[in-house]
Ligand binder design. Structure first.
Ligand SMILES: [Zn+2]
Length: 293
């Protein structure tokens, strides 16, 4: 990207963040329990397997006012550019929909030595992904969700020089929102800022409850009922509730193609006094994450 394009993008991103921020202003309170729904959007196979997904998703999320963040792999955006461009064009002025990144090739950070990509390979993978985001969504992402990958990983960014260097790489690429991934904190419950790694401007967000577990691998024993129970339980404990869906699980492994389970989760969250939010909305409201850690 040339310098002019970069500056334009930076300005666009800043404008997008500030308009979200104004909207979010006064809406969230620091004591609010937040329901943070996201889709890691990474389908790699045949297009017809996902047919109708985005149309239904727009319909259900709008009809029920359900905010969601889409962490998209660059690979998917490259292979399905027109589908994503059409989706984005439909929702780009709608604050219910937030678009962020999930690496280009679904790569693992903080892997133990010999288990993953080199520092340079990781960096160029994210750069490549951000560049296709910029092409399809007309702006650079400001957040990533970490990818689950095979092999052994260190459990946090603050473990050693290797993991710290990878965090610093993300900071240098302009990231402002990353999973909470610090030794002292429960990453499924806590927001944080990354001041302990020299970046108080970067928000950590809670992440958990992947549908690859309860909606796919352990669908028979858990299923959506498990999430309904967890929402109730977490509300009782006064804890935030992250929910990690995937485009392909939500569409190909659900009971129907109506996103009934997504609507059910949103209803349950509201019943138990959760505020439903996107990640960028949380980032804008610094009371949520600036004062922690
Ligand atoms: Zn993923």
């Amino acid at each position: 990207m040339d310098r002019r394009a970069f500056l334009t993008n930076t300005a666009l991103t800043a404008a997008a963040i500030s308009s979200y921020g104004m909207m979010a202003c006064n809406r969230l309170k620091s004591e609010d329990k937040l329901f943070l729904l996201r889709y890691d959007t990474e389908w790699w196979g045949e297009e017809n397997e996902m047919e109708g997904f985005f149309e239904k998703l727009i319909e259900v999320h709008r009809a029920n006012s359900i905010p969601a963040t889409f962490f998209c792999t660059g690979n998917t955006l490259t292979n399905r550019t027109e589908v994503f461009r059409a989706f984005y064009n439909e929702v780009k002025h709608d604050a219910l929909f937030d678009f962020q990144d999930h690496s280009f090739n679904h790569i693992g950070l903080c892997k133990k030595e010999g288990q993953g990509l080199t520092f340079e390979e990781l960096k160029s993978d994210y750069e490549k992904s951000f560049s296709i985001h910029n092409e399809v969504f007309e702006k650079m992402p400001v957040g990533i969700s970490l990818c689950g990958t095979p092999g052994e990983s260190y459990k946090a960014f603050d473990v050693n020089e290797k993991t710290k260097a990878e965090f610093e790489m993300l900071a240098n690429l302009g990231m402002k929102m990353i999973n909470t991934y610090l030794l002292e904190l429960d990453g499924s419950k806590e927001f944080c800022n990354y001041s302990s790694l020299g970046h108080p401007e970067i928000m950590g967000f809670p992440s958990g409850y992947s549908d690859t577990d309860w909606g796919w691998k352990n669908k028979e024993t858990k299923g959506p009922a498990y999430i309904l129970d967890e929402i109730k339980m977490r509300s009782g404990n006064n804890e935030h509730m992250p929910l990690m869906l995937h485009d392909w699980v939500a569409w190909q492994h659900a009971e129907d193609k109506e996103l009934t389970h997504v609507k059910m989760f949103a209803d349950q969250a509201r019943k138990y006094n959760y505020k439903l939010v996107t990640h960028i909305e949380c980032y804008q409201d610094k009371r949520i994450w600036k004062t922690t850690t």
